[in-house]
Design a protein around this ligand. Structure first.
Ligand code: NAD
Length: 467
């Protein structure tokens, strides 16, 4: 077997001890690796590098494209960026894969049959980090969902299911409320599912889906979901399977992959030789499968299952007690085999770019910061800005229609979305600029405007609640 170069970061807190333990086991099991260590985290932040990673470390990651990472301590306070988010986004690691498996009766769980893999979208959604304070009372976070982003993650989930002998992929979204963003995710899921007739597919609204997952996780196999839901649900799933401390995760992209435990650097137990290396070790098993060393992965995973069966738990799991189990298979727990699992997953065409739609500008939502009266006062005043081509049709407050004919009970903040629609003739950007000038002349404070367009005749915007 040829050697594979990997980049390794020992991290902070318990990071170095669990990484030493993991690498010791990999070596004893016969993994063929050339290890390139890099420094990340606390010591790098302390040198004033706000990203927590030096340029030379990027060179290593770009060269090896495989990263085994121990947890790091994220500095408190502003000015520092999350290293994880930086690495995921910079390397385009679009899929976060987290197997959540029960090891009953050896690890206590109410769900002994649970064996779920959560495939979480890793780059988009509310994690784009585009946030603004718009008024005294209102903050905004933009939720961005793209068609290519959905295609990549949904295809990955189905390919993962196929490569790992899984039977079903379930999609969780909240598209009954977020019809455009989550609606796109669901739509792409339905489109791509057609290409995988050998895998069952289903969609659940995330709230009832989450309840079902917490109650009967054995009903699920692979779950694919946007970033935020996936972040929350994968912790819930890992915890109800037994412990968040035992789960590993893979972050997969077109240009590289990162493998890590899901827990943090646990500084309070660092240096005491009590930290459990299972999460990092199982992440390393996923890494070995990814780089085509499935037999070594099988040997380690089965030895780990034997150690769990034998009650060899932290801290001795990684001492000679573990290494002595290499080559053994568990008796009660199901042995694993990665010998025939393909190296990585051949993804083929990840994204099919469609021709641009015919885009017609039909109106504009103007957002105002205003607190000088009732919705009717604002409606009356803003109507003065209506013109031949663009007329005020609706005002909403936090998405609820308050003008015309709002309900007096509706609570209003100082943040107003005012919808102007074209009156028939085609409109252009200059009509919007003139509208904004008229609004400025009325002494109204606009925060931003959002163009309203039809795409191939279909509205590219949602109605107001109550409209
Ligand atoms: P944590 O996961 O480090 O610890 C939570 C609890 O679990 C603690 O009681 C800890 O002692 C215990 N624990 C965690 N891992 C364990 C292990 N392997 N064996 C035994 N016990 C374990 O979460 P936290 O305390 O919220 O965060 C500590 C630091 O880690 C913070 O700086 C945080 O930002 C960082 N963090 C890093 C990552 C990462 O690098 N991927 C992820 C999460 C948190």
């Amino acid at each position: 077997m040829s050697r594979t170069a990997i980049t390794v970061a020992y991290g902070d807190g318990i990071g170095p001890e669990i990484m030493h333990a993991t690498l010791h086991i990999l070596q004893e099991a016969g993994a063929q690796l050339d290890i390139d260590p890099i420094e990340i985290g606390q010591s790098v932040y302390a040198r004033g590098v706000s990203s927590g990673i030096e340029p030379e470390a990027w060179d290593s990651l770009r060269r090896t494209r495989v990263f085994l990472k121990a947890p790091i301590t994220t500095p408190q306070g502003g000015g520092f960026k999350s290293l994880n988010v930086t690495i995921r986004k910079s390397l385009g690691l679009y899929a976060n894969v987290r197997p959540c498996v029960a090891y009953a009766p050896f690890v206590r769980t109410r769900h002994p049959q649970m064996d779920v893999v959560i495939v979480r979208e890793n780059e988009e959604d509310l994690y784009a980090g585009i946030e603004h304070r718009q008024t005294d009372e209102v903050m905004q976070c933009l939720k961005l969902i793209s068609r290519p982003g959905c295609e990549k993650i949904v295809r990955y989930a189905f390919e993962y299911a196929r490569a790992n002998g899984r039977k079903k992929v379930t999609c969780f979204t909240k598209d009954n409320i977020m019809k455009l963003t989550d609606g796109l995710f669901h739509k792409v899921f339905d489109e791509i599912a057609v290409g995988y007739p050998d895998i069952q597919n289903e969609h659940l609204i995330v709230d009832i889906g989450a309840a079902k997952l917490a109650d009967t996780p054995e009903a699920f196999d692979v779950i694919v979901t946007p970033n935020l839901y996936g972040d929350i649900l994968s912790d819930v799933a890992a915890q109800i399977a037994g412990s968040v401390g035992m789960a590993g995760s893979a972050n997969i992209g077109e240009h590289g992959a990162m493998f890590e435990a899901i827990h943090g650097s646990a500084p309070s137990i660092a240096g005491q030789n009590t930290a459990n290396p299972s999460g990092l070790l199982l992440a390393a098993v996923m890494m070995l499968v990814h780089i085509g060393q499935g037999e070594v992965a099988t040997r380690i995973h089965n030895a780990w299952l034997c150690a769990i069966e034998d009650g060899v738990h932290t801290p001795d799991i990684f001492t000679e007690g573990f290494v002595a189990r290499l080559g053994k298979e568990p008796c009660t727990l199901q042995p694993v085999s990665y010998a025939s699992t393909k190296k990585g997953i051949e993804m083929g065409t990840l994204v099919t770019r469609r021709p641009a739609a015919k885009k017609d500008l039909v109106g504009v939502d103007v957002f105002l910061h205003w607190r000088d009266g009732s919705p009717d006062d604002l409606g009356a005043r803003l109507s003065l800005a209506s013109a031949e081509k663009l007329g005020l049709t609706m005002i909403t407050n936090r998405g609820v229609k308050v003008w015309p004919n709002g309900l007096p009970e509706t609570f209003c903040t100082d943040h107003w979305r005012c919808r102007f629609l074209g009156k028939g003739d085609a409109i252009g950007h200059s009509d919007i600029i003139s509208l904004l000038q008229r609004i400025e002349a009325l002494n109204l404070d606009f925060i931003k405007c959002e163009n309203l367009c039809n795409f191939d005749g279909e509205p590219g915007f949602a109605l107001g609640q109550g409209q």
